[in-house]
Design a protein around this ligand. Structure first.
Ligand SMILES: Nc1ncnc2c1ncn2[C@@H]1O[C@H](COP(=O)(O)OP(=O)(O)OP(=O)(O)O)[C@@H](O)[C@H]1O
Ligand SMILES: [Mg+2]
Length: 251
């Protein structure tokens, strides 16, 4: 599997984050390569959201370093990190419910002025429903449609790295599986995705590579196939019995 090492797009080194007295991340190291979809999975409270918030500058690293495109971004303010090419879909999606779909999209592309027409055309082909509801309040959209809007909004910021906190939360497996090809399209277009999810089955389906986070530490890293082949690990860190083809399917 190993070829010439690829220069990582994102490199997190020995990251420590503390909230007051409590330590949420205990020295995390991970990387994301160009055109790679990486998933971080872990139970409630494992530190997934904290990790993404630290990368996007919303919480500060107490120790360690975050490098993006070979530059140290550890101490940069959020807006600089966005300008450099990292955009986050927050937990709960961050849709502004009272604003129209159109205005939510406009906010996504604000760093570039008016939304790029070519990108809007692509988004129309990906998520036609959003353009049928273009002038409606975003709060009227279903959960799945709101997640489409959240994805569309970050795409307009033209990020090189998209951080997604809980892609599948509150969505049916069917709706979630409709979003997966879009993440692959983003990868084909040159972006990388770092997603965190409690839904391991979902993460196994979409990721090129995975990390298991347990109590603020990386407990395991490997490909989805390697993780599927380690049922003891899945049970220990994720409390999950692995569903293998031919056995009862969880969906
Ligand atoms: N603002 C905060 N102040 C104090 N402690 C916090 C804060 N945010 C998170 N924590 C704590 O840090 C730890 C990691 O939380 P985090 O939200 O990163 O976990 P998570 O893996 O995203 O969990 P979930 O799956 O429930 O979203 C938890 O123990 C949590 O209680
Ligand atoms: Mg979380």
């Amino acid at each position: 599997m190993t070829g010439a090492p690829i220069e990582p797009l994102l490199n997190v080194k020995d990251l420590v984050v503390r909230y007051d007295a409590a330590q949420a991340l205990h020295g995390i190291s991970l990387h994301v390569a160009p055109r790679e979809i990486v998933a971080v999975v872990g139970a409630n409270g494992a530190g997934k959201t904290t990790l993404l918030r630290a990368i996007s500058g919303l919480v500060r690293a107490a120790e360690g370093q975050i490098e993006f495109r070979n530059a140290d971004v550890t101490k940069l303010p959020v807006h600089r990190i966005v300008e450099l090419g990292i955009s986050q879909i927050p937990e709960g999606r961050g849709i502004l419910a009272a604003l129209s779909v159109k205005d939510n999209l406009r906010l996504g592309g604000y760093v570039h002025g008016e939304p790029d027409p070519a990108l809007l055309a692509k988004l129309r082909s990906w998520f036609p429903i959003l353009f049928d509801r273009y002038l409606q309040a975003a709060g009227m959209l279903s959960g799945g449609e709101q997640q489409m809007l959240a994805i569309a909004r970050v795409v307009l910021a033209k990020p090189q790295l998209i951080l997604i906190d809980e892609l599948s939360l509150g969505l049916s497996p069917k709706v979630t599986s409709e979003l997966v090809p879009r993440l692959r399209d983003l990868r084909s277009d040159g972006a990388s995705v770092l997603l965190v999810d409690q839904n391991i089955q979902q993460a196994l389906r979409v990721a090129d590579r995975m990390y298991v986070l347990a109590n603020g530490r990386i407990a395991y890293t490997g490909t989805p196939d390697e993780l599927r082949a380690a049922p003891d690990l899945m049970a220990r860190y994720l409390g999950i019995e692995v569903v293998t083809p031919g056995s009862k399917e969880a969906e």
